[in-house]
Design a protein around this ligand. Sequence first.
Ligand code: NAP
Length: 315
Amino acid sequence: MTRQLRTEPSIPDGARVAVVGAGGRLGRAFCDALAGRATVFPLSRRELDLASPGAIRKILGGLDFDQLVMTAALTAVDHCEDEPEEAHQLNAEAPGLIAGICEARGARMVHFSTDFVFDGGKEGPYTEQDEASPISVYGASKLAGEQRVLAASSRHLVARTSWVYGPHRPAFPEWIVAQAVAKDSLSLPAEKLGAPTFTSDLVDMTLRLMFPAGGEPAAGIVHLCNDGSCSWRDWGQACLDLAAAAGVPLKAREIQPGTLGDIAAFKARRPVNSVMSTARYADFAGQPPRAWCEALAEHLSRSGPILALREPALP
Ligand SMILES: NC(=O)c1ccc[n+]([C@@H]2O[C@H](COP(=O)([O-])OP(=O)(O)OC[C@H]3O[C@@H](n4cnc5c(N)ncnc54)[C@H](OP(=O)(O)O)[C@@H]3O)[C@@H](O)[C@H]2O)c1
């Protein structure tokens, strides 16, 4: 990728963007951000089922787009462990098919992938050059999807992200606050490290890569997360501190340090360290991502007072 000066995304008049996964957390954030700035084709599961190659060909063949953002995936990590064929179809075969359709019509594709492609054994942040070595069916299916997308075109972009949350669908922050409202004591793994990422920032970073003010759009693999890293326990604690400050009545105020092994419900193995370097993004965009704690504070300051009323969502 070539170095850019720090700029806002420069979306040309007449840009036509298809968003696959438009009903999901990230897909909805893309649709909101692009509204009024581009012609958007929102495709939720109802319009386009990744399980049906025929439907994918028919629906995409009938749309006139020049960019496609692929946010749809089978994201239930433990379910993937039980249903490896479904995971492979939705997370590997379908993105590969879509990537080929995009290439054939001269459209670029941005495909979202995950920190779960890494085994978590590295000390320090993973770069785009580090070997991916997934330890779960979900991670393996997402890695296979990356490989198919990149094999279809050298112009496609694979954006790996981690610990995603945002206003359009409850995620870990809403879940941990609901837990703290309901329970007296909580613990979370203190050895598991990563980078929480706010959908609003993730969309903004992606648009800078898709629509740079000068030069070619980014291609290949790039890591896109908020800046910095923390343990799962510290992420939860930050959520509780912000919720308490917003007036949410918490029974548990402190999260005790636990380990991944304490969570019996997890079928899939999770990477212990999945911090990813965002240096490549910063080089392209001319600025680093925003710090994760600032982004989290913005999210929870908007949603804090209603947090306790939401349905708990498993992370
Ligand atoms: N969430 C995270 O922490 C995280 C971390 C790293 C990477 N990622 C990646 O980021 C991307 C976006 O994740 P997200 O947080 O937005 O997840 P999400 O809210 O679960 O969105 C995924 C979307 O995919 C749709 N989908 C599932 N099966 C489908 C099918 N058969 N056909 C069509 N659509 C289908 C879902 O439809 P429904 O709305 O009907 O469920 C949902 O709207 C994914 O590629 C994910 O792997 C996420």
